[in-house]
Design a protein around this ligand. Structure first.
Ligand SMILES: Cc1cc2nc3c(=O)[nH]c(=O)nc-3n(C[C@H](O)[C@H](O)[C@H](O)COP(=O)(O)OP(=O)(O)OC[C@H]3O[C@@H](n4cnc5c(N)ncnc54)[C@H](O)[C@@H]3O)c2cc1C
Length: 463
């Protein structure tokens, strides 16, 4: 009896001791985590303050501005203006043919499945936006057409007050047929943010493969032909920007519809490859140069949507963007297009690259997800417009060929610039923290979880 009581007591003491150890260990672990978190923030503060820790410095390759200038101009001037500009009625509606009408591989199963709406959902697929504003909710047919993924479908809701037409002029760099017909639809871009849609696998891979292998191969190191380099870097920069938007706005949990940042994706697709980040900056400066080169045209363009207050605001924002003193002082010539097409083979090379870009533009009809097709088409048209401004018109020297842009080209150009600006802001502000968590976090978390498991086993006993 006495022995039993002694045993009971000593067992109690052992348990208490075990608990004391566990509580102590938890305290120590928490302290360690807090200290490591503090050093994480200290690192971040250091990485913002200390120039030496910057990954991207100096002049952006083939451009005329440095990374630091691009980042500060973007943050202070360009991004705030562009963010406001793209919400104006003029810039938020984009005219687009959304059908999957692939000229390259007609028998693509993915494409047909997603595009079944062309034949099976005529009411939804042939909207008359100005007469009949669209509904917000997706019909069950729409869901079938998008393989049950609502996030891949374009919301076609519209205001009645869109705009009047501009001139229709051909762009030698793009494949778009701008003829107004029943296939064209107007889309409110604000209702269709570029983000994760679930579009992946062989269909998406096939498009990127066709773009890179057939139409803009990665230039071998030491490639002297700047024009080929430019085409590759433009596409790679656009690809980086698309990936940044997918990773920054990702469906983390389908069941609870939780959206947020996917650090792993951002790291694996973009941040881990400095070239891809550099190409993003390059593409941004290239498009920015096109916008500033077309300043005179853009300043006098008609931004008439029937809402005079909003239209005046649009015009004012455009002027603030085009003639911004900080931009003009810090980065007056973001990219020097005069250096291109100089050699004897210049005209021939231009035709070849123009054909390749037209193919890329046509490939957008093969994108098997409506929302990706929308943004793919818009951004490739934006790039095509930049190419047209920089290389198809001689500017002041060629009076016979004045610059003429379609309304849709202007909308695409400025929306593209905004997409790229968002991506640069994200990579600059969030990139170091994402890379830090990916480099450190996985091993640290793994370490923490094994300690937690051990502590738990001490309390409840091994499982
Ligand atoms: C035009 C278009 C628009 C799209 N829009 C969306 C969208 O809005 N939302 C969405 O969720 N999905 C979208 N997708 C799909 C998305 O881009 C990816 O294809 C998909 O998420 C699968 O990714 P992945 O890991 O296979 O790599 P991908 O991004 O498909 O890349 C394929 C290969 O290209 C190379 N590569 C990747 N990035 C670069 C770069 N920056 N420069 C050079 N080479 C590179 C790599 O070798 C990589 O393995 C779009 C696809 C296309 C073709």
């Amino acid at each position: 009896m006495v022995k039993e009581k002694i045993n009971e007591k000593s067992e109690k003491i052992r348990k208490k001791g075990r608990w004391g150890f566990v509580v102590g260990a938890i305290f120590a672990l928490s302290l360690a985590i807090i200290v490591s978190k503090m050093s994480f923030f200290a690192y971040n503060i250091k990485s913002c303050d200390c120039k030496d820790s910057r990954k991207y410095t100096g002049i952006v390759e083939d451009c005329c501005c440095d990374y630091e200038t691009v980042e500060s101009l973007n943050k202070e001037v360009l991004n705030p203006l562009l963010q406001e500009l793209v919400t104006t009625p003029f810039f938020r509606y984009f005219k687009v043919k959304l059908w999957c009408d692939c000229p390259f591989w007609l028998d693509d199963g993915m494409c047909h499945l997603r595009d079944c709406s062309v034949c099976e959902c005529p009411d939804n697929e042939f909207p008359e936006p100005f007469k009949k504003p669209f509904h917000n909710k997706l019909s069950s047919d729409d869901l079938i057409c998008q393989e049950g993924k609502p996030e891949a479908t374009v919301d076609r809701t519209l205001d009645n007050n869109a705009f009047r037409g501009w001139v229709v002029v051909d762009n030698p760099w793009t494949n778009d047929d701008e003829t107004d017909n029943g296939e064209m639809t107007y889309v409110n871009l604000q209702l269709n943010p570029e983000r994760y849609t679930g579009y992946a696998g062989p269909s998406a891979r096939r498009i990127w493969d066709a773009i890179y292998t057939e139409n803009c191969p990665k230039y071998p190191s030491g490639e002297f032909c700047q024009e080929k380099r430019v085409l590759y870097k433009l596409i790679s920069g656009l690809h980086s920007s698309i990936s940044v938007h997918i990773g920054a706005d990702y469906l983390l949990d389908e069941a609870t519809n939780l959206w947020g940042q996917n650090s792993e994706l951002l790291d694996e697709r973009v941040l881990r490859y400095p070239d891809r980040v550099r190409n993003l900056y390059f593409t941004f400066l290239f498009v920015l140069r096109a916008v500033t080169k077309a300043a005179n045209y853009l300043e006098h363009a008609e931004y008439n949507t029937g809402n005079s207050a909003e239209d005046l605001k649009t015009q004012s924002l455009i002027r603030q963007l085009l003639y911004n003193p900080k931009l003009q002082a810090a980065c007056p010539l973001p990219f020097d297009e005069a250096k291109l097409w100089q050699g004897q083979s210049g005209p021939e090379l231009k035709q070849q690259i123009q054909k390749q870009f037209r193919n890329i533009s046509a490939l957008m009809d093969c994108v098997g997800c409506e929302k990706c097709r929308l943004w793919g088409k818009l951004q490739v048209l934006g790039l095509g417009t930049a190419l047209k401004i920089l290389f198809s018109v001689d500017g002041q020297n060629n009076v016979a060929q004045p610059l003429q842009l379609q309304r849709n080209e202007v909308i695409a150009l400025l929306n593209l610039l905004n997409r790229l600006s968002e991506s640069i802001k994200f990579v600059h502000e969030m990139g170091p923290a994402v890379e830090m968590t990916m480099n450190d976090g996985v091993s640290t978390l793994g370490g923490y979880s094994s300690i937690w498991k051990h502590l738990l086993s001490l309390v409840v006993g091994p499982r």
